[in-house]
Design a protein around this ligand. Structure first.
Ligand code: PLP
Length: 374
């Protein structure tokens, strides 16, 4: 039997063989007794928790299966996941990156990795000829988010995978917003999937974590594995346990986030004080065809452009009662944020608010928006 994602996520750890507990214990021990034989140890032998830990191993195995990959690593944050990938490249390597991505990734590339000799060309990934034109003989990696944060632009993952592979480069997709419930980058040709577990995977605003999943256990995967285990930026047992618990309800939460978000998007798209709603599964999205083809659900993240400019957007945030003015997304609570004032070196429109639709009743969310926009 090949279990479906919902089943895989629930059964993400074996019943504890000593106690029979169906909820796995949290293995806080940093060190494990092992037999001294004088020989090399098998790669996944439990020795020291930086190298491997039962909670991390269970989470990584489930993430790899959900994304259709060969191997996964759970690290201390989504940002640490990207940092590790960049560290695994070599001076002189070239990256083609989406020009709209979580801003921290652009800061990593420009501030830390450009001086190390990694060159980056930024392109709009919805313009396939621009992606093709950006490729060089030294291009090792193409990186994209789809949908992007915060402009909610989509990239045609299958076509970009072909372009990357023709040029001898690997394609990395940040699947944080879409989640493995709604989008399968590896099945579309991606070589690496990165996710912030902080968002939908853990799902309750209480875990910082990240994951790297490789389609094949290839040379880059091996280098990243050594960087994770020897560098030590691993996810703690407690956070692995919490992320694995969050995973159990992921499919159902993402469905509810997506249904709520579509209702909110439909309300806002008709409101005279909203200039534009950016939500992949709303028919007004310029890439709605691609969204319906590539993502089975729209996710809970959207951006809105508020009529009246920057101050009108800020005033709207401050009039809301149910939505919390806070960063991040993917959790139970609905959050709203003026992105321009939080992003370093932002080119995000000054009237843009990023909205994370939570698991409250959508009618209550709409009522709150209605009073705040009145
Ligand atoms: N990827 C995306 C799409 C994000 O939005 C973020 C953070 O907001 C990250 C990665 C970084 O994740 P973390 O905050 O876990 O470092």
């Amino acid at each position: 039997m090949s279990p479906r994602p919902e089943t895989l996520a629930v059964h993400n750890a074996d019943t504890d063989s000593t106690s029979g507990a169906i909820v796995p214990p949290i293995s806080l021990s940093t060190t494990f007794e092992y037999e001294t034989t004088g020989e090399d140890h098998p790669p996944d032998q439990l020795i020291y928790t930086r190298w491997q830990n039962p909670n991390r191993a269970a989470l990584e195995a489930t993430l790899a299966r959900l994304e259709g990959g060969a191997v996964a690593h759970a690290v201390s944050s989504g940002s640490a996941a990207m940092l590790t990938i960049f560290q695994a490249l070599r001076p002189g390597d070239h990256i083609v990156s989406s020009d709209d991505m979580y801003f921290g990734i652009r800061v990593q590339l420009n501030e830390f990795f450009a001086p190390w000799g990694l060159e980056t060309t930024y392109v709009d990934m919805s313009d396939l000829s621009a992606v093709r034109a950006a490729m060089r003989p030294t291009t090792k990696l193409v990186i994209l988010e789809s949908p992007t944060n915060p402009l909610i632009r989509l990239a045609d993952i299958a076509t970009i995978a072909e372009i990357a592979h023709e040029a001898g480069a690997a394609l990395l997709v940040d699947n944080t917003v879409a989640t493995p419930v709604a989008q399968h980058p590896i099945a579309l040709g991606a070589d690496i999937v990165v996710m912030s577990l902080t968002k939908y995977i853990a799902g309750h605003h209480d875990v910082l974590g990240g994951a790297i999943i490789f389609a094949e256990d290839d040379e880059l995967a091996e280098r990243v594995m050594r960087l994770v285990r020897i560098g030590g930026g691993v996810l703690s047992p407690m956070n692995c346990w919490l992320a694995a618990r969050g995973l159990q309800s992921l499919s159902y939460r993402v469905r509810a986030h997506s249904e709520n978000a579509l209702q909110v998007a439909c309300f806002l798209a008709e409101h005279p004080k909203i200039e534009r709603v950016l939500y992949p599964h709303h028919p007004s999205h310029p890439q709605n065809d691609l969204a319906l083809r590539q993502m089975s659900l729209g996710s809970g993240l959207m951006s809105i452009l508020v009529s009246g400019g920057r101050q009108a957007a800020i005033d709207l945030v401050n009039r809301l009662e149910l939505f919390t003015s806070a960063t991040s997304f993917g959790g139970t609570h609905s959050l709203i944020e003026h992105r321009e004032s939080i992003e370093e070196g932002s080119s995000t429109p000054a009237n843009l608010l990023r909205v994370s639709i939570g698991l409250e009743h959508p009618a209550d969310l709409i009522a709150d928006l209605q009073q705040a926009l009145a």
